[in-house]
Write a protein that binds this ligand. Structure first.
Ligand code: SAH
Length: 227
């Protein structure tokens, strides 16, 4: 009996430790760097990032950097997730498309705020794992699809916002087409190995206009015939 209490105590300590690390992450990496949207800050306080990364790297889950998640891919740095989420001006009525599910973390942050999230991952192993983990965490407003996100998700279009978390050389036209009027797209654009540009696009009166946000480095946007 005593051993059970000791085990329970250890589990509670560990859970609290991750909560503490998460609070610290939001304060020092995100709020102090200028992210103000309360919905975004609250969402990042909630999502258990450590449960969406491979077990081996759990102790580093709240560090200020991207981390490897398998198949040569990464989970984005927390600040970048917060920045991209804030830039689409999320609200509870929105339907959002994400390209590049990866760990599922960005999708979970979105799902805390918006009504529906559709997310596409090109690597089957990652897509299946993310789907399983997100379901286990109770996110029933996220749909995961395995495939090439270049083509978007036409059956569910239009989307109020699109977040792309891998860098193509140019913005895929099908994604522009699937953006709703007044919708926003945040996407890193540029060649692999070079510094890429994080771009915010907006569709106003049918016209898609972009503006530069910052220099970034993302994994390349792959096509299904390239893998
Ligand atoms: N949003 C992710 C970040 C993952 S990194 C997270 O929160 O963890 C980018 C992901 O995009 C990788 O998993 C990569 O496999 C995926 N990817 C690259 N090209 C893609 C494409 N054409 N369609 C869908 N996913 C793609």
């Amino acid at each position: 009996m005593k051993i059970i209490w000791i085990l329970l105590f250890l589990i509670v300590c560990q859970t609290d430790q991750y909560k503490f690390q998460r609070e610290n992450m939001v304060e020092t990496q995100i709020a102090q760097r200028g992210i103000k949207d309360k919905l975004v800050l609250d969402a990042m306080r909630k999502v258990p990032r450590h449960l969406l990364v491979p077990e081996k790297i759990r102790p580093y889950a709240y560090d200020d950097m991207p981390l490897p998640i398998g198949d040569g891919q990464t989970i984005s740095q927390p600040y970048i997730v917060a920045l991209m989420t804030e830039l689409i001006k999320p609200n509870k009525d929105m339907k959002v498309l994400e390209i590049g599910t990866g760990s599922g973390y960005q999708a979970a942050v979105l799902a805390e705020i918006v009504k529906e999230v559709y997310t596409i991952e090109i690597f089957e192993s990652l897509g299946i794992r993310a789907q399983r983990d997100l379901k286990a965490l109770g996110y029933d407003n996220i749909q995961v699809r395995v495939g090439d996100g270049y083509k978007g998700w036409p059956e569910e279009a239009p989307f109020d916002a699109i977040i792309v978390t891998a860098a193509p050389e140019e913005i895929p036209q099908p994604l522009i087409d699937q953006l709703a009027e007044g919708g926003r797209m945040i996407i890193p654009v540029g060649d692999e190995g070079k510094v890429q540009q994080l771009v915010l696009g907006e569709k106003i009166k049918g016209k898609f206009r972009t503006r530069f946000i910052s220099s970034v480095r993302f994994v390349p946007f792959l096509r299904d015939f390239e893998r």
